[in-house]
Design a protein around this ligand. Structure first.
Ligand SMILES: Nc1ncnc2c1ncn2[C@@H]1O[C@H](COP(=O)(O)OP(=O)(O)O)[C@@H](O)[C@H]1O
Ligand SMILES: [Mg+2]
Length: 375
């Protein structure tokens, strides 16, 4: 059973919606206008909202924008209902931040179906209004940075066209592409020599994954000469990708080189990947000290790369003094996923790793949304 907020000034239609939702086993909160609906949403945050567009005091678009701007309802699933069915109306609804747009008359069966669909969808598979980069980082190698970045990007990309991409900033080996079973050709090494790195140039160097994810890969063979990607080039690549995609997931190198620092500076969130062993926790502590200017946007995720007992998240949180926003269990099938070049998010969404990354995605979208709404 979910709690559903219904906002419509047409009282007959509101009654019908109410009946429909109650028949589907849900609890309802009814409101005849936007301002009242917003007050009710704040007082008792619902699990989903259905909002009419044409209302006298405040349009449905305005209601959706206000719901999105409030941390308690920022990631609320919202369906906009309207009497107008033009493509511009649909775009206006999506721009305002609605998940779904339906034009009246709608059949009640269709509406009920959409409601269940949205309630069942994880946050990561719904459009987000967030725009920017999530940087996955660990200065200790082998803790699963690439694995988590690839799986997270695949999941976020499922929210829609250009919802997310993956950028491999490690200076060689094309590991992110290989995790996805892609040959890292082309890759950013061809961009580095080019004068202007813009959206068009970057676009031409993206790899297409079967899941819909697009990847800017690193080269398999190390670039000889100065290590890594320079700061201006990393910035230009990130800027170009951010223009084209809502979220850029960055597989950061295991050093704080120029590329890593450019990504950290520009990021919406930096996710430190740690394993439950003292060298990894020590490294994370040192990394957080080095990144102290950006501490408010640093989060941690615990990844269990080997089987065995887990330390409680609270103990790690106390040591690192940053929130643990994900716990990824050991996944015995990950070795096979890697060998097949098929991430668990695609191969087996019910696997421990995919489920863990799903939860991470959800928490990440939520904490970042809240911190933006609060700033
Ligand atoms: N949750 C997990 N369960 C099992 N194996 C994992 C898990 N996360 C990562 N691995 C494995 O750990 C190894 C290191 O992962 P990788 O993503 O390459 O680390 P990094 O990018 O930090 O060097 C890989 O063999 C990967 O398949
Ligand atoms: Mg890696």
């Amino acid at each position: 059973m979910a709690k559903i907020l219904l906002i419509d000034d047409d009282s007959e239609f509101l009654d019908m919606l109410n009946l429909l939702m109650r028949r589907s086993g849900h609890q309802t909160i009814l409101s005849a206008d936007g301002p009242d609906g917003l007050v009710k949403a704040k007082a008792d945050p619902p699990d989903l909202a259905i909002v009419d567009v044409m209302m006298p005091d405040m349009t449905g678009y305005e209601v959706v924008r206000k719901l999105r701007a409030d941390p308690s309802t920022a990631s609320l699933p919202i369906i906009i209902l309207t009497a107008r069915g033009q493509p511009v109306d649909r775009q206006a609804a999506l721009d305002a931040g609605a998940d779904e747009y339906m034009s009246k008359p709608v059949t009640m069966a269709e509406l009920a179906e959409r409601v269940e669909e949205l309630l069942g969808k994880p946050v990561s598979a719904r459009p987000t209004l967030l725009k920017g980069a999530f940087v996955m980082l660990s200065l200790r190698g082998g803790v699963g940075v690439t694995t988590l970045a690839a799986n997270l990007a695949v999941m976020l990309a499922q929210a829609g066209d250009r919802a997310a991409c993956l950028l491999d900033l490690c200076s060689s080996s094309g590991h992110a592409a290989l995790q996805l079973g892609l040959r890292p050709e082309p890759n950013w090494s061809d961009l580095v020599g080019v004068g202007g790195i813009d959206a068009g140039a970057v676009d031409a160097h993206l790899l297409q994954h079967g899941s819909g994810l697009q990847v800017l890969a690193s080269p398999v063979f190390p670039v000889v000469g100065p290590q890594g990607v320079s700061r201006p080039i990393a910035q230009a690549m990130l800027r170009a990708l951010q223009q084209e995609f809502s979220i850029v997931v960055v597989d950061a190198p295991s050093v704080l080189d120029e590329a890593a620092m450019a990504a950290v500076e520009m990021a919406l969130a930096v996710v430190l990947v740690v394993t439950v062993e003292s060298p990894s926790i020590q490294t994370a502590l040192g990394t957080l000290r080095a990144l102290k200017r950006w501490l408010p946007k640093c989060y941690t995720v615990i990844n269990q790369v080997s089987p065995g007992a887990q330390l409680p998240a609270e103990a790690i949180e106390r040591t690192l003094k940053r929130p643990v926003i994900g716990m990824i269990p050991f996944d015995p099938a990950q070795a096979q996923a890697l060998a097949q070049g098929a991430p668990q998010a695609v191969r087996d969404p019910a696997s421990p790793l995919a489920q863990g990354v799903q939860q991470l995605a959800q928490n990440l979208v939520q904490v970042v949304g809240k911190s933006l709404a609060g700033s």
